[in-house]
Design a protein around this ligand. Structure first.
Ligand SMILES: Nc1ncnc2c1ncn2[C@@H]1O[C@H](COP(=O)(O)OP(=O)(O)OP(=O)(O)O)[C@@H](O)[C@H]1O
Ligand SMILES: [Mg+2]
Length: 257
């Protein structure tokens, strides 16, 4: 290969943003010549490496923008500790069919039983499979929508929260919503209805959602939309945090038991 060809090849690879190929090309061509690789094998290897690197970068970017508070995976989840959860149901959710079908997932149960863990783990599966996701606490979500409304950018904020393929709304019910907040959340849920999935976690049973919204009519309308296409996982069991404290021999009074 003469100098001109070499320079032009590298410059074209840069122009086409084939950075991985550009980086590995020289070394790989030497190895390929030594091992008498065919042209087809060389091209296949180079493009495969480029694709792998681009995929990994895209996953990293989506992971960052999902703002998961911590990293939790399905492999780390101890199903034996929480027998009220059917492992097959979680495995089915992990196929992400629910995202393709724009269905919702609701994880209900008392503190520490793994609701947020499973929500994050499913979110990470979604991101790895190429979907955009966003994790937010219910109260923060409402605060963000209220702030947007005050600043005259409510519609834009709504579009932001609607664009993610998967939205995870954590901790529905720890703090009740006021009328304005309940109204905004209803609008967001309506916007995403039958278009894209939401995973909710809540310590309150559906019967108590009227208290969260402080309005039984809105709560009923919200639940009607969420539950139309959804999977509910009702977790009944002991807190994993409590188990870990017990293991460490620490006795604490749990205020909510
Ligand atoms: N079955 C489990 N196997 C492994 N780790 C678990 C399990 N259940 C919970 N954990 C861990 O215990 C901690 C508490 O779980 P998590 O935050 O998911 O609880 P939660 O149900 O969301 O509780 P809260 O309602 O208080 O938010 C986390 O560190 C989580 O990773
Ligand atoms: Mg939680």
């Amino acid at each position: 290969m003469n100098n001109f060809t070499y320079e032009r090849l590298h410059s074209n690879l840069q122009y086409l943003k084939l950075d991985t190929i550009e980086e590995i090309l020289d070394n790989y061509l030497e190895l390929a010549a030594r091992d008498s690789k065919t042209t087809m094998e060389v091209l296949d290897h180079l493009f495969e490496q480029e694709k792998k690197h681009k995929d990994a970068t895209a996953i990293e970017r989506r992971m960052k923008s999902a703002v998961f508070p911590v990293k939790k995976t399905l492999e780390e989840f101890d199903f034996d500790f929480q027998p009220s959860i059917e492992k097959s149901v979680i495995e089915d959710l992990a196929t992400l069919r629910f995202i393709h079908n724009a269905e919702n997932v609701v994880l209900l149960g008392p503190p520490g039983v793994g609701k947020s863990h499973l929500a994050i783990a499913l979110g990470i599966e979604a991101v790895k499979a190429g979907h955009s996701a966003y994790f937010i606490n219910a109260s923060s979500l409402i605060e963000r929508l209220k702030k947007a409304s005050r600043e005259g950018v409510f519609e834009k904020k709504m579009r932001d929260f609607t664009k993610y393929k998967l939205l995870i709304i954590d901790e529905m019910g720890y703090l009740p919503f006021d009328e304005e907040g309940a109204h905004y959340l209803f609008q967001l849920i309506s916007k995403r209805y039958e278009k894209s999935s939401i995973i909710f976690t809540s310590n309150k049973s559906y019967g108590e959602w009227g208290e969260i919204f402080q309005d039984h009519v809105i709560a009923a309308a919200v639940l009607d939309r969420i539950l139309h296409h959804s999977t509910t996982i009702n977790i009944k069991g002991e807190s994993y945090r409590l188990k870990e404290r017990k293991k460490q021999g620490i006795k604490t009074v749990i205020p909510y038991t």
